[in-house]
Each structure stands twice: as structure tokens, then as C-alpha cells.
Design a protein around this ligand. Structure first.
Ligand SMILES: [Zn+2]
Ligand SMILES: [Zn+2]
Length: 339
């Protein structure tokens, strides 16, 4: 049997050269369908030194401990061939592949700056995957497939309903079948009337429906970083204000727990009327430092937190969430004002 075009390095390259990001998506989807729909066994390839596509039609991205090497080349190689190429050209061979299908679809834009993705930079996209419960009142009468497209365009995102429990409406509670579409099953889960596995082309949105959507956005690393910094700045500014602080100046510094600025927001040095702090998330706790390198001179505040079941050291305490941080910041401020 002839090698199908999506498993032939020359034809894969031709599709990408001619089609750009559209071509790259065609290759990815053709390989996925070949394996998942027809059980075909494929070859593993590394495409343009950025993408990994495996024998089961999965799609991944290469990653390196020290970041992506800065070299653009257009080749489709087997992993062994790619490693030989790396040795010859001096590229690092300590790559791995994350098979999370982080490929911007053709025509997709970054939802923050609205710049379109191109084949040249698509591998830099930071993919955010979230779920959203969206009221569908304004889409009444439209098919679910249309609704997915319309919301996708509004949010500049890949948007699709959950495959099973997809639409919810309080009016369906207690029904076994949908009051309008009788062949559609309704399930009461958590006392909400859920439409179960509706056909996206024939089910039309009813008044009161809301949908449970997957929302995938594709952001430039810098756009994502700026967004996280902004969110985190507002978050901590609000906490200090809420804790009674009158003068609050935040300066972003690198996150000392997570080294990826596209994953977690920064930490902050905070100057206030009662001294300086360093503050930032560390897994599920917020690290609050009141002295030490870059923060300020030693001061004894540990007695303010005696009895708290948390990590407490000479210069810092861990706050379990927002309310605890507000509580701790209030204690410090009140104490400092009595000195
Ligand atoms: Zn952007
Ligand atoms: Zn992180």
C-alpha cells in the first residue's frame, strides 16, 4: 500500500509550505482521523523542529529545559533523524514532547491582542483551557453548532460544548425527556435539568438554556504574562487596601516559586506606611515576608501569629488564602502603629 500523504515527509512539507498554518492543521487532523477513526499506524515525525506527531495521530510540541533553540528550519524528520540533525548543527538534543495538542487552529487570533497566529510563531502560543457556563438567551432558536461558532468568534477562542451534559435549564428539572425535542434525554444532576448528548445540528436553543463550554484561548507569551501581572497586581492591591493600608506601592518581581511567567503571575515588593513586604503565591498559600534581602531590616512580628497552624519563620508567614492574608496584614499594621 502506498504511504498516505499525511505520513509522507515530502507531502507533509508540501502541505505546510503551500498552506501555512492551515496546512499544518490539515496534517494534524488527517493524522488524528487516520488513527482514531481508521486505526492506522503512522510514523513519528518532528516537524520544523517544533511539533511532534506520533504513531497514534497525537499532536505535541517540543520543549527544552532551557527554552526553545532559536533556529528556524523547515524539515520533517523522524525523531532519530532529528537527533542526528541536532548533533550536526549543534542544537540541543535534550528535548521532550508534550502531547497536549497546543496547535492554534487556522484563522485563530490571540484573544488579548487580536493578532492572527501564523505558522512562523504558532509554536509559541500559550494555550489556556477553561470551562464556562454561558447563558444562551440571546441565541434562542439557533443550533448548538452555530452557537459554538458565534461564541468562539466573540471570545477569539476554540469553543465547544461538553460532550455529555451540555445544556442546562431549570425548566427541565423533573423531565425524563426534553419538553420540545422529545427524543432528547434530560437528566437531573445536582438538581439541575441537564440535556444529555443533544445533536448539535438539530437541537435548537430554548429560552432559559445555558451551556457548559470548553473555552481554549491561544496567547502570545508576552500577552499572557502582562495579563497575569495585571490580574495579580489588582488582586494584591485590593488586599492591602482592604487590610487598612493607606500607602501601597507594588513592584512586580520574579515569582520565587514558579519560574514560568506564562503560568503564574509575579511576586511583589510592596512599600507601605508601616514598612516593606514581599508577597506572592506559593502553590496554594500566599507567602508574606516582612524582612530579609531586598525587603527590609529585621523586625520581630512572629508573636502576632502564635497559635496559627501554618508555616511561620522569623521573616515570613504563609497565609492560607485571601481572608487569612487580610487578617495577617491587619495584625501587622495595628501592631506597627502602636510602636
Ligand atoms: Zn497577543
Ligand atoms: Zn506556575
Amino acid at each position: 500500500m502506498d504511504t498516505p500523504w499525511y505520513d509522507d515527509p515530502g507531502k507533509i512539507m508540501k502541505t505546510i509550505v503551500e498552506g501555512g498554518l492551515k496546512g499544518l492543521n490539515e496534517v494534524a487532523h488527517a493524522r488524528h482521523e487516520a488513527h482514531y477513526d481508521r486505526g492506522e499506524r503512522l510514523n513519528d515525525y518532528i516537524i520544523e523542529g517544533s511539533w511532534y506527531t506520533d504513531s497514534c495521530g497525537n499532536w505535541g510540541k517540543l520543549q527544552w529545559p532551557k527554552g526553545r533553540p532559536d533556529l528556524a528550519f523547515m524539515l520533517v524528520l523522524t525523531p532519530a533523524g532529528y537527533n542526528e540533525f541536532c548533533v550536526v548543527t549543534g542544537l540541543p538534543t535534550n528535548w521532550s514532547a508534550s502531547m497536549a495538542w497546543e496547535l492554534p487552529p487556522d484563522g485563530m487570533v490571540c484573544d488579548l491582542c487580536l493578532e492572527p497566529w501564523m505558522i512562523q510563531d504558532a509554536h509559541t502560543a500559550v494555550v489556556n483551557r477553561t470551562y464556562e457556563d454561558i447563558p444562551l438567551e440571546r441565541f434562542a432558536g439557533k443550533s448548538l453548532r452555530e452557537v459554538e461558532k458565534l461564541i468562539g468568534a466573540e471570545l477569539s477562542a476554540t469553543v465547544f460544548l461538553q460532550p455529555e451534559l451540555m445544556i442546562q435549564n431549570p425548566a427541565y428539572v423533573g423531565h425524563a425527556n426534553h419538553p420540545v425535542f422529545e427524543d432528547v434525554v434530560v437528566r437531573d444532576e445536582g438538581e439541575r435539568g441537564w440535556v444529555y448528548k443533544a445533536n448539535k445540528d438539530t437541537y435548537l436553543v430554548q429560552p432559559g438554556d445555558s451551556g457548559y463550554f470548553n473555552v481554549w484561548t491561544y496567547r502570545h507569551p508576552l500577552c499572557q504574562e502582562n495579563r497575569l501581572r495585571k490580574l495579580e497586581t489588582n488582586y494584591f492591591e485590593e488586599i492591602f487596601t482592604k487590610s487598612g493600608y493607606k500607602q501601597v506601592v507594588l513592584n512586580a518581581i520574579p515569582n520565587e516559586y514558579c519560574g514560568d511567567p506564562t503560568c503564574c503571575g509575579p511576586w511583589f515588593l510592596v512599600r507601605t506606611e508601616v514598612g516593606n513586604f514581599k508577597v506572592g503565591w506559593r502553590k496554594r498559600v500566599i507567602n508574606l515576608e516582612w524582612a530579609g534581602k531586598g525587603v527590609g531590616p529585621e523586625r520581630d512580628l512572629t508573636h502576632l501569629f502564635k497559635g496559627e497552624s501554618t508555616t511561620l519563620e522569623r521573616d515570613y508567614v504563609h497565609a492560607h488564602g485571601r481572608e487569612k492574608l487580610i487578617d495577617y496584614l491587619r495584625r501587622i499594621r495595628n501592631y506597627q502603629l502602636t510602636l
